[in-house]
Design a protein. Sequence first.
Length: 363
Amino acid sequence: MAKDVLDLAWKQMCRRNFGQAIKILESGADIYEENSDYYIMLGTACLYAGDMGTAYAYYQKARKITLTDVNLLIGQAAIFLRRGDTEKALNYYIEVLELEPGNQTAKDAMEFIRVHGDYTTICRWVDTGRIQQFFPKLGVNPDKVLYAFIGVLFCVAGCFFSWNYAKNRTRPVTGPRMDLSSIQLSVDEKEKAQSTDLSSGACHYLLSNREITQSYEKALEYFQKGDDNHAQMEINRLLNSNAALSIKQKANVLMTYLAVPGFDTLSFSPDIKDIEKDPELYLDCYVIWNGRVSDVIETENSYEARFLVGYETMKNIDGIVNVKFSSKISIESDKPVRILGKINKEDGNLVLDGLAVYQSVNF
């Protein structure tokens, strides 16, 4: 039986695939133009994705249709709570309790504001992701339930059969994330890590045999630790070096495993001054930078501006880069903004592909 856009998007949201949910919902924009559930779901997906400006815009569209939806009120309250505007957040939570006196999210949020409502603590909760407990509820992630069940089965099977293979197994490249044995360098690759054919062009990094193997091992290690930006840097070093083709191919495979971070999961954000010194090393790395925007160009499906990095206090500018979003977003140009994006190059110039924005009234 065919499922509608809302059902399909909700399944992706339950699985925490917010980018996919947003794409599915946006495909039904013409059909659900006057549907409050549609706008509330889109706003909530953007909220979890960290795009506060777009979430606010969709919630406002929903308010033109309904004013009494509990999830709408909780979502709008969460936006103001993230910004540190606890007074407005409290007003929304009071409305929630008037409609649904037993709503636990509203009660917990009001207690949080009463005990920990200072702006510093709110910022910490935003950075760690704990603030999401006050977002509209999504329910249990079915993938986690399935993985937990499969994990138990594998654990039982592993305990039963492992003794039969222990003596013959070599130690794989494993870690907290996955087994990377299939892309571990062979003995031959380690001994002949340098390419013998450099006719395709000059190398940005001319590395020794040892430096190539060390760089690859570092990339694997950083990946297993969840430090994807440093892993990406080692991959870039290899891809732009005199490393053998087979090593570059394995580095490309490793790059497909790297995850897209959020504001609360990015462990290392390179400085723009370091990137400007050696852009090739940082391509496809993710950054979180503070600053202000100028020279904005907006369309129905895109947003582009000059991003003055480090200029949030209007005292110093660390660097200037074009930032581009492939969707319509809302940024107040007269206020500081925090942008999560990916480093790229266009026509030889540094570009930031924007993923999400955070803008607070008390930034």
